[in-house]
Each structure stands twice: as C-alpha cells, then as structure tokens.
Design a protein around this ligand. Sequence first.
Ligand code: 13P
Length: 308
Amino acid sequence: MFVLDDSLIDKIQQLKKQRRAVILAHNYQSGEVQDIADFTGDSLGLSIEASRTDAEVIVFCGVKFMAETAAILSPKKTVLLPDKHAGCPLADMINAEQLIELKQKHAGAVVVCYVNSTAEVKAESDYCCTSSNAVEVVNSIATGKEIIFVPDQHLGRHVAERTGRELILWPGYCITHIQISVEDIEKARGKYPEAVVMAHPECSESVKALADELLSTGQMLEFARNSSVKQFVIATENGIIHALKKANPGVEFIGASEKATCPNMKKITLEKIVWSLEDMQYPITVAEDISNKARKALDRMVEVLPGK
Ligand code: 13P
C-alpha cells in the first residue's frame, strides 16, 4: 500500500517537472491529494493562485467550476481536471437561460453569483463571490440597488442576514452540506460540550443557527490557527479536517456528520493525477466570449476584495 502510494507520489513529482505543472487542491480533497499539492486552499485562495501562477499547466484537484474558473483567469495556460465527471450539482442548479429570465423580471438588479456556478452563469453576472468574501461583495454594492444572488440559497440567506440587504435568491443548495442535520449538531454538542462548532454558510439555516462560527473553509483554518480552543466540531465537507489537523497538531477536530463527504471532490485520486499529467487529460476550456465576460465578474471579486 505504502510502496504503491510512494511510487505514485514519485511519478507525480516527475511528471509535474516534465510538464511544468502546478497542482492546486481544494480543502475538500482527500488527505493524500492535499499532501501532494503545491497549493491547497479555499475557492478564493485557489482562484488567486490560479491567476498568479507562472506554471504552464494547472492540474486542478477540485470540481469542474473551479477548473473553469482557473481557465478563465489564466486563459493561456492548460488547465486539467483529473476526472471529467467531477462536477458540482449546486453549480448546475441554474443555467444562463434561467438567470437571463430572472434578470428580465428584475431589470436593473445587480447580479452576484457564487463561484460555485458555471462559466455561462458567471458571464451573465456582475460580480462573482466565494463564501470568504460574499458579505463584502454585497456590502460593496450601492444601497438601494436590487441584488440577485445565485445559486446557493443558504449562502444567500447568510449574506442577507450579515449585510441587512434584501436579496433575490435562487433555490439552489449543496447536496453535501444539507446532509448535515440539526440532530448531528445536537449530538456533537452533547458529546463534546466544550467544543466550538464551526459551520459553512452552505449549511441549512437550522444548522447554522446552532453553530458558534459561520466560516468558509479558509476562514476555518484561520480561526483555528488564531484560537486557543482545543476542540472543534466541523460542519462542512470532511476533507477540511485533514488540513485543520495538519495545521494544528494537538487540537481535536470532529466532523459533525459522516455523510458530509462530497462524492465529486473525492473523485480525484493520486492515480488519476498521474493519468492526467501523462495524457494531459482532461483539458477544461471556456469559449472566448464567455470567458471574457465571466472574467469581468471574477476580476471584480479579486480586485475589489483580494481576500486574506
Ligand atoms: P470554500 O470557498 O469555503 O472553500 O467553499 C467551497 C465550496 O465549494 C463549498 O461547497
């Protein structure tokens, strides 16, 4: 087992040099994929890294909208997604036609799309945001403007609450985050009364109401790093627990639910990364007109709110 993994890791390192590639991995990837990555992070951090890298090839260990975002931000680079079926059901819950129809119903409204959206939806949006900066993006929009927020209704409600703005929401949701239930949090609270509960804003409103902190994955890492708390319950995709433990030895991180495992994120494996680099599969490209329009929404996010 170890021999096999070691040889896979060696092979990845060798191919990476040969292809002049960089490996970016989202915090929801498996521990072994996170460990071989050159950069791990949340959606915002990965977008920034993709726009800055001077590597020729970006192997994106995440889901399709993330690889698309990298391709939009770095149009001259080759972006590879090691499994072409690693999609995001949330991103697919609204398409460009549906957004255009919504915009027609609310003429003059500013459109903010969550980064978990297709390139076509980004192209129809004024601003993009991630869960790290959604509140700041909405706060930057002139008061009095109507705001459409797509596609995640749960993140949207969180942003509406934090900003005091009324948002026109779309009924999208993350199939993984909504698996985390009120019972999961209550059970964890009973078992670990001293623990701080951190939840992702994509969780349901009833789960969020029971959490101590509502944070993106990057913010969870930052919060744990700056805290003296020794026990946390984590209500988001369980891949983040690897990153949290690695960065905070001696601190206990307990997943709120075993069901919080994203089947798409976990499609990326070390073997597939090897195949990806060997065969340059699967290239993710975005049509130029869509890419140019979508980049404006992404640039606004990165420029106005560069994150931490
Ligand atoms: P973060 O931006 O917090 O990493 O979240 C990304 C995501 O896809 C959540 O489902």
